[in-house]
Ligand binder design. Structure first.
Ligand code: GRF
Length: 197
C-alpha cells in the first residue's frame, strides 16, 4: 500500500506514520508529500525521510480546477493507493475526491461528530471543548466523504479533560494521542483489519 500525504504545517502526524512505516509496524510505503506551503516543517520532515515532495498551491496553479488536476497527477504518478491527510488546510478538489473515493483518510482532534465542521481546527476545537465543560475529548480518524470532517469514523481514542486545562495543554495531550491513533489505524488498514468500503 503506497501512502500519499497532504499536509500544510508541522507534519507531526505524518512523522508518526513515517516512523511506523520505517519500523515495520505499518506495512505501507510512504510515496509522496504534497504540501501547499514550501516553508512547512512537513517539507523538512519529508526531506529527512527521503520522500519526494511536491509544492502545489494557488501560486503554482491559480485556477482551482488546474490545482486539483495537478494534485491528482502527482498522486497517480507516485502510484498512491491511499491519501493520508495530515493537517491539510485546503479542501480536496472534485477530481481527486472522485479518483480516490473511500481512499482518503483524515485525523481530527475531537470525538467527531462533536466539534467538527467548517472553522473547527487547531485551538478553536479545544476552546470549544473547554467552553462546553466536557469531561473528555479525543481524536478521530475517518474517511473523507464530501464535506469538512464528514465521513465514516474508522477509529477514535478518548483523552480526559483536566479541570486546569487550557486549550494549549489540551491540544498537547490530544496530539500525543493522535500520534498513537493514526499509525495504529493505518497499520490496521494495511493488515486488512479495518476494511475500507
Ligand atoms: C492535528 O491536530 C490534526 O488532528 C489536524 O491538524 C493537526 C495537524 O498537526 N487535522 P500536525 O501537522 O500533524 O503536527
Amino acid at each position: 500500500m503506497k501512502l500519499g500525504f497532504l499536509a500544510s504545517h508541522g507534519g507531526s502526524n505524518m512523522q508518526a506514520i513515517l516512523d511506523g512505516c520505517n519500523d515495520g509496524s505499518i506495512q505501507a510505503t510512504p510515496a509522496i508529500l504534497i504540501c501547499n506551503n514550501r516553508n512547512a516543517q512537513a517539507v523538512e520532515r519529508a526531506r529527512q525521510a527521503v520522500m519526494s515532495t511536491c509544492i502545489l498551491n494557488g501560486k503554482t496553479h491559480p485556477l482551482p480546477v488546474d490545482l486539483d488536476q495537478a494534485i491528482l497527477d502527482a498522486l497517480q504518478r507516485a502510484g498512491v493507493d491511499l491519501i493520508v491527510l495530515a493537517g491539510f488546510m485546503k479542501k480536496i478538489g472534485p477530481k481527486t475526491m472522485a479518483a480516490f473515493r473511500n481512499r482518503i483518510v483524515n485525523i481530527h482532534p475531537s470525538l467527531l461528530p462533536k466539534y467538527g465542521g467548517q472553522g473547527m481546527y487547531g485551538l478553536r476545537v479545544h476552546k470549544a471543548v473547554l467552553a462546553s465543560g466536557e469531561s473528555e475529548t479525543g481524536a478521530t480518524v475517518h474517511l473523507i466523504a464530501t464535506a469538512y470532517d464528514d465521513g465514516p469514523v474508522l477509529q477514535q481514542a478518548t483523552v480526559p479533560v483536566h479541570p486546569d486545562d487550557t486549550p494549549e495543554t489540551l491540544q498537547v495531550r490530544v496530539l500525543a494521542q493522535e500520534h498513537q491513533l493514526y499509525p495504529d489505524t493505518l497499520a490496521k488498514i494495511a493488515r486488512g483489519e479495518i476494511e475500507l468500503p
